[in-house]
Write a protein that binds this ligand. Structure first.
Ligand code: BEZ
Length: 201
């Protein structure tokens, strides 16, 4: 299988963490893909009409996207066990959606302030994205710490990838301020071999 990949993408990182946790990185060939909303560059627009990564090309079916579809597929194929049975599944999925939402807002902020022509950038718009992130971090801190501290699942993987991206691209925002439980959890989670092997570059 071919995985369209960038080492900076938090969504690609989710897939790579799953593959590392399942000890199955040899099941995919990485295809470098780079581009922006202004220029799709080498993004796989013929495989994913949205021109986004990750995208997973399979020998026996249509290319899969987005990250949540790919992780569900790989979890099933590899018996990775990162999606529990219902009713715990609903918690895992909402935490995964929260991590993905943080990552999405953080990537949009990056595009706004570094890819858009300088004259058209909106710090207010980027600030509004940060407010989304702040609310999501507060929800994790207030509601989901006991789940995050349980058995590893895709909720944890998504939150780990999102927090890693905040450190990578938005460290000046100090997301750890007033979030001691989440900061403490991430200090331990980020030490997992699957996280160490996939740090963004
Ligand atoms: C980044 O460079 O921040 C980035 C690259 C690919 C996807 C998302 C973010």
């Amino acid at each position: 299988m071919k995985l369209y990949h960038s080492p900076a993408s938090p969504f690609v990182r989710k897939v790579m963490v799953l593959l590392n946790e399942a000890k199955a990185t040899d099941r995919v060939t990485l295809v470098p893909a780079m581009g922006t909303p202004l220029d799709p560059g080498s993004m796989p627009v013929d495989r994913n009409p949205l021109g986004k990564i990750p995208a997973l090309e399979r020998p026996d079916g249509p290319t899969l996207y987005d990250s949540r579809v790919i992780t569900r597929y790989l979890d099933d194929l590899l018996h990775a066990g990162l999606y529990p049975a219902a009713p715990h599944l609903w918690d895992t999925l909402v935490i995964e959606a929260t991590g993905d939402g943080i990552a999405e807002a953080a990537v949009l902020m990056r595009y706004e302030m570094h890819v858009r022509p300088e004259a058209t950038r909106s710090p207010d718009w980027a600030g509004a994205q940060w407010q989304k992130i702040a609310r999501a971090l507060a929800a994790l801190e207030e509601r989901w710490m006991s789940h995050l501290s349980g058995p590893v699942d895709m909720g944890q993987v998504a939150v780990g990838a999102a927090l890693g991206y905040l450190d990578f691209r938005h460290s000046e925002r100090n997301w750890r301020n007033n979030r001691p439980a989440l900061a403490n959890w991430f200090a331990t989670y980020a030490d997992r071999p699957a996280m160490q092997a996939t740090a963004p570059t």
